[in-house]
Design a protein around this ligand. Sequence first.
Ligand code: AGP
Length: 614
Amino acid sequence: MCGIVGFTGKAAPEATEKCREILLSGLENLEYRGYDSAGIAMAGEGEGITICRAVGRISNLRKAVAGCQPQGSCGIGHTRWATHGRPTVENCHPHEDEKHSVAVVHNGIIENYQHLKEELQRSGVEFNSQTDTEVIAQLLAHHYSGNMKDTLQKVLPLLEGSFALGVLDKNQPDCIYCARRRSPLLVAQGKDGSYLASDVSALLAYTKDVTYLEENGIAVLTPDSIRFYNENGSEIHPESTHITWDATAARKNGFEHYMLKEIFDQPTALRDTLNHYVDVELGCIRREAMPFTPEQAKALRRVTIAACGTAYHASVMGQSLLEQLAGIPALAAIASEYRYSNMPPVEGEVFIAVSQSGETADTLAALSYKKAQGLRTIALSNVLGSTIAREADAVMYTLAGPEIAVASTKAYLTQVLLFAILALDLAHLRGVIDDAKLKEGIAALAKLPEQVEEILAKQSVVQDFVQQQKDCRDIFFIGRLMDYASSLEAALKLKEVSYLHSEAYAAGELKHGTIALVDESCLVVVFATQTVVLEKTLANMEEVRARGAKLLLLGHFPEGAPEDCSLWNIGKTSDQLAPLLTTVYAQLFAYYMAKLHGCDIDKPRNLAKSVTVE
Ligand code: AGP
């Protein structure tokens, strides 16, 4: 939810300016993760710790920094998405102890912070904020042994919950102390000093080789070294990860918003992801990239999938693809619900966690729950080395590249593609389809990027339609089978970027009550790609037409649209793949409706890109 950065460089005449700029520009790269307030703390020899904070965007923090002029070549920074306490300057990070000897930035939630706070207050400690993070700063000062690494070793076990921490100690002004549990944190050694960040995009301008802290791990950064320790305090030497993204890949490439850039990234994202798992020329699967051996595929009896938001909608698609293509019973569940289920494991069951960021707390909790049941676990994630990717037994990465817009688009499409590839692979390994059918399936997947390009080339059709929807306030998305999953995703996309109320409905369910809401003020978007129920879906469309609703039909209708109905056509493909194409129209629709209403498309109100709190 929040963003963390840190830098410690060699003392030099321009060190202060360099450190300030690295912190502020790093925070600007992380603003999408959470942004209602921000702050930095800097330390220097003989300077003590100076903290500058501001409510709102990083531009406000820049003004505050120009005013308070923090000194030193070592610092930490934080952008906040409020979880405890309203977005005020007092609640901004960094937080410090009452003697200004320790400064802390934190991402996560300390669940027992009230109890710890009361204990400290009983021993006379005075607090300035309502946050759980200040409790960490006060605890570290209270237990300070003269060595911050040892103090962390002592204090961390007292904390219940999740944390990624950056800590400054007044007595060691060129050191940054880091620790993490369930919230992501990575460090890197650059030519100018050592870096800390909660997200790789804050560091790409300086280095591509990063090291993720292990669970309950600690790291100590100095200008020319980084030392790692495990939870027992023993020094360890973890592998670094080479990031293939460059800083420009995360920029907008000339589009007005990241969301539109990422919608137009989709043909490339599909091609890159497909080519990693499939040899399109030979029409075969790259065995080494897949998470199932032939023996594991044959032993498989059930797949359970859990995720949140858009990743959950991709999971619902995955459930249909696994059942329809491979004949494997599958269940897609909402992670924040499923993590509390007491379903006993089934012989031959495998669990899949789906997460673009790989850091979503509820999905991680569902993964931990299934691991505790002894199940084999697989992660589908878009972020190399993310927590969910590292916690699972195996991982399939979507190769969508950095997804910066809060509204997930290319990650969703490539998640569904991964499920299609997985379903084809399992079907082939289990003898459900032969080599010829596998080749046919792969050929259909290989056509998708071009079919998406054809839709993107028609974006003006969407823009023109949207212009006629200025007064539209109630929008229903309806469909059957996989088209219902498309409706769920289309409704969420529209809501989260345009703030318009919309609802997804199984088309067959409308007549059981909700159709009472339908009148001439409604727009009903009908997804109609599933052949087996096509007639029934079109009949549902007639039901809402009879109530005066405006109609928009999405599917493959070469003969044109029924009268009084707008039509967005997709190319011919299988029922299983058609939803990947209609979704692109739905994404463009959401984007242009948000633009029509002047919304902050890449950073919608109340939302953050990665929901690392429960
Ligand atoms: C998607 O547009 C939303 N921003 C949100 O629902 C998101 O999909 C959800 O929070 C899950 O995120 P994850 O894929 O990173 O786990």
